[in-house]
Design a protein around this ligand. Structure first.
Ligand code: PGA
Length: 253
């Protein structure tokens, strides 16, 4: 399972942080710092920041993503944003099924699957988040939990569409807590996810699919996490709000 077959993707997830003007200033500062990156550099930003972020990232190697997408094409869904709208605004990536969406906004494995398919239907590169809670880890059901989440999220996704899928393994207990999974724990579960993909689509697809780790990845622990054979990048919250810290992570990608 050699890393050379897949892309390393370092993606920031700003969550509900940064105004449009702050986003623009941040990206203009960051761009020269990451210009020589060997990995794919992505910033997933709040919906209202997208036009400013896309504009600021023009001509740079920074790709802009959204933090969510609705599953319907259009219609009476007040407050929601469709895949078409994201694509038209210049968005290339989208996060689906983040644990905060699952926890605070009643996302289920089924709606994550619907959003994934809607994003893929418009060729958005889709970062699907999976991960166990602390209770689930303590009960010894991490493997079952992430396997089930991955399988349901990918229901109806074709082998061809897998080219646009990234899975982010984000243990819920490590998000925003300062508690990082050890590099071995991250490697183990990213490997389990790759095994699930192999079971669904075969070894070649599994080998080519990017599986990120997310959860308190920072400038200090990134090198060790990213050195692991099954960890093909990171989904980074807190540390993606600081240009220096995010740059260190990118340089390790
Ligand atoms: P964190 O967030 O890096 O702040 O833990 C990661 C995420 O939620 O994607």
């Amino acid at each position: 399972m050699d890393k050379q077959f897949r892309k390393t993707v370092i993606a920031g997830n700003w969550k509900m942080n940064m105004t449009p003007s702050a986003a623009s200033a941040f990206i203009k500062t960051l761009a020269p710092m990451v210009a020589d990156a060997d990995c794919e550099v992505v910033l997933c930003v709040p919906a209202i920041d997208i036009p400013a972020a896309v504009d600021a990232a023009k001509g740079t190697n920074i790709h802009i993503g959204a933090e969510n997408v609705h599953f319907e094409e259009k219609g009476a869904y007040t407050g929601e944003i469709s895949a078409d709208m994201l694509v038209d605004a210049g968005v290339e990536y989208v996060i689906v099924g983040h644990s905060e969406r699952r926890q605070y906004f009643a996302e289920t494995d089924e709606t994550v699957n619907k959003r994934t398919k809607a994003a893929l239907s418009r060729n958005l590169k889709t970062i699907v988040c999976v991960g166990e809670t602390l209770t689930q880890r303590e009960q010894g059901i991490t493997e079952e939990t992430v396997s089930l989440q991955t399988k349901i999220a990918l229901g109806g996704v074709t082998e061809e569409q897998m080219k646009n899928i990234i899975i982010a393994y984000e243990p819920v207990w490590a998000i925003g807590t300062g508690k990082t999974a050890t590099a071995d724990q991250a490697d183990e579960v990213c490997g389990i996810i790759r095994g699930v993909i192999a079971g669904l689509y075969g070894e070649a697809v599994a080998k080519a699919t990017t599986v990120q780790y997310g959860g308190s990845m920072n400038a200090k622990n990134a090198a060790e996490l990213l050195s692991k054979v099954n960890v093909d990048g990171g989904l980074i919250g807190g540390a993606s709000l600081k240009t220096e810290d995010f740059t260190v992570i990118v340089k390790n990608g």
